[in-house]
Design a protein around this ligand. Structure first.
Ligand code: DGL
Length: 274
């Protein structure tokens, strides 16, 4: 692994963050990455703000200790409940010169900047929905947009189990989306790393008039833009990029699902303790 901190850390509570990481590999394939999935403690979505902050901070410490200069918190729940405090209080004291970014801001910006959107739905974990982070961020940028939210907690364990394409998952998704469908939405934000695994099904349920973007794509574009504006982080493409994976529970089931989802072999994966 490079010694010069030319590494981007990617964090999620589990394997859902691969829905974001997949787009990093597609749009920014020449960078060095370390992906950390806190599989021993997933899901974060029903936990308290204090616990989510503590877990996220531990993940940040680990990824910086591995040499990352920038961390993308792919997890919506951590982005909603821990990111601000980490950026404002923890980083300046402990890691000046490094940065941590989340997924909420780029998704809120994409919604707010799209002039065609007046009614936007958001599904996420209980913590994300209760934090009101999406309505707050979207309305800061465009006060005219109406935002409707719904938590969809059962989808996370289904995806973690590799059940995304089973009829049970589709039925549960339909159950969560039906009340939002009644709101005549122009767009639906999949505000949880795990939901893009059900993207095509969500599109079908919401119908052709409702935009359901692949959130990872938006986050990858935003990262690309950020990297071009921040050369001081020392992150640059390399000829032989290195990708490492870490999990906090047995890496075997993660590896199997991740290889299937990313469509490539994972060579370096290990279990760690946070
Ligand atoms: N990664 C979380 C998110 O994006 C979903 C899984 C969890 O609850 O930990 O909100």
């Amino acid at each position: 692994m490079p010694k010069n901190n030319n590494i981007i850390g990617v964090f999620d509570s589990g394997l859902g963050g691969l829905s974001v990481f997949k787009h990093f590999l597609k749009d920014l394939p020449q960078y060095n990455y370390i992906y950390l999935g806190d599989t021993a403690r997933v899901p974060y979505g029903g936990k308290s703000r204090e616990v989510i902050y503590q877990y996220t901070k531990e993940a940040v410490d680990f990824l910086f200790a591995q040499g990352a200069n920038l961390i993308i918190i792919a997890c919506n729940t951590s982005s909603a409940e821990a990111l601000r405090k980490i950026q404002q209080e923890y980083l300046p004291k402990k890691y000046p010169g490094k940065n941590v970014l989340g997924v909420v801001r780029p998704l809120a910006e994409a919604a707010a900047n799209n002039k065609n959107l007046k009614r936007v739905g958001v599904i996420g974990t209980k913590a994300t929905v209760n934090s009101e982070v999406y309505p707050t961020e979207i309305k800061k940028l465009n006060a005219k947009i109406k935002v409707y939210q719904k938590s969809a907690p059962l989808l996370v364990p289904l995806v973690e189990e590799g059940w995304a394409h089973k009829p049970e998952a589709k039925n549960i998704l339909r159950h969560y989306l039906n009340p939002l469908k009644e709101k005549n939405l122009d767009a639906l934000i999949l505000g949880c790393t795990h939901y893009p695994f059900l993207l095509s099904e969500a599109k079908k349920i919401m119908g052709p008039k409702c935009l359901v973007p692949d959130t990872g794509k938006i986050v990858a574009q935003s990262l690309k833009n950020y990297l071009s504006r921040h050369p001081e982080l020392g992150l640059s493409p390399t000829k032989k990029p290195n990708h490492r994976f870490y999990t906090t529970d047995n890496p075997k089931p993660f590896k199997k699902l991740a290889e299937r989802f990313l469509g490539q072999k994972i060579k370096q994966i290990s279990q760690i303790e946070l």
